[in-house]
Ligand binder design. Structure first.
Ligand code: AMP
Ligand code: ZN
Ligand code: FE
Ligand code: FE
Length: 294
């Protein structure tokens, strides 16, 4: 039987290939009944996605994904059921997206210095919304310097490669608090990244205090053993296990849309917590200053 829940997807509002409308059509074709759109630092695709979801009778969850910096790696924080129309929330997302633009420009400069002649204007055109490295990869591919997005990351724009430039990122607890400031439900995304599960256990109590409610357990390509390990951790810290494909379109991540089983119970549990928050005055959040590139 086809999976019916996917809580982690991307559209052209950030670095996904398909527009929100196309993405929801593909979701319906894949048999999904519940879908969240979780673009990087942007909620600009959510209204369109919600409209398209109505057409296809899909239960749509407004979401976001925010990348954060930790020593030795990156932590991504998903947010669900966010009240994204809130002005303060939007102004902070704008600061994060502006930082992405400056970083993209610097990456193009570095690539130019390496003799790879791509133009910032072209990268900006490829990116319809929030600019990301996949858009730079696309420009490199178009110009014939690489044959795939993967090759662009491997040779030029992956962390530590010659065209890589880091960008301004929040700390994980600030991303959690930012999402909570829009009455959203913060969930730690794909936790099996650097620096490992022991480190994760150290962070979780503090992040829970900041408002973390879930852990992405059923993620993309994770093996049954990894899922089991994460499920144990989620239970231990009383976090809701969530999951999804992290679908971006062909060529970016291996899992197809709806390609990962996520229990419907995850949705029910998220909805129960969301119902407790909505309509309440959320905690306030201010960006740590100064906002600057690392
Ligand atoms: P950025 O947020 O601009 O640093 O770009 C990171 C995004 O690039 C991730 O969210 C993924 O969507 C994508 N990405 C990261 N590594 C790879 C890779 N090796 N191949 C393809 N896409 C990648
Ligand atoms: Zn992405
Ligand atoms: Fe992510
Ligand atoms: Fe993602």
């Amino acid at each position: 039987m086809a999976n019916i829940v996917d809580l982690h997807t991307h559209s052209t509002a950030s670095d996904g290939i398909y527009s929100p409308t196309e993405l929801l059509r593909l979701a319906a074709e894949a048999g999904l009944k519940v879908q969240a759109l979780t673009d990087h630092d942007s909620t600009d695709g959510l209204d369109e996605a919600a409209q398209a979801a109505k057409v296809h009778d899909i239960d749509f969850i407004p979401g976001i994904e925010i990348n954060t910096d930790v020593k030795g790696g990156e932590v991504h924080v998903l947010g669900y059921f966010i009240e994204y129309q809130r002005a303060e929330f939007q102004s902070i997302l704008q600061v994060l997206r502006d930082a992405r633009v400056r970083r993209g420009q610097r990456m193009v400069e570095r690539l130019n210095e390496q003799g790879l002649h791509i133009k910032w204007e072209r990268v900006r055109e490829i990116a319809h919304g929030s600019v990301g490295r996949p858009h730079v990869a696309e420009a490199l591919m178009e110009a014939g310097y690489v044959k795939s997005i993967e090759e662009a990351f491997d040779k030029y724009i992956g962390a530590g490669r010659p065209g890589y430039v880091p960008r301004y990122k929040l700390a994980p607890q600030d991303a959690v608090r930012l999402i909570a400031s829009a009455n959203g439900l913060p969930v730690m995304a794909h936790p099996i990244t650097l620096p490992g599960l022991e480190e994760l256990r150290k962070w979780l109590p503090g992040l829970r205090d900041s408002g973390l409610v879930g852990l992405e357990v059923y993620y993309g390509h994770y093996t049954p053993e990894q899922v089991q390990e994460l499920l144990t951790i989620a239970n231990e810290y009383q976090l809701i296990p969530t999951g999804g494909s992290d679908y971006h379109g062909p060529g970016i991540h291996p899992t197809p849309l709806g390609g990962r089983y996520v229990p419907y119970e995850s949705v029910e549990r998220l909805k129960a917590v969301a119902a407790q928050h909505h309509g309440k005055t959320p905690p306030t959040f201010e960006l740590p200053t100064p906002v600057q590139e690392k």
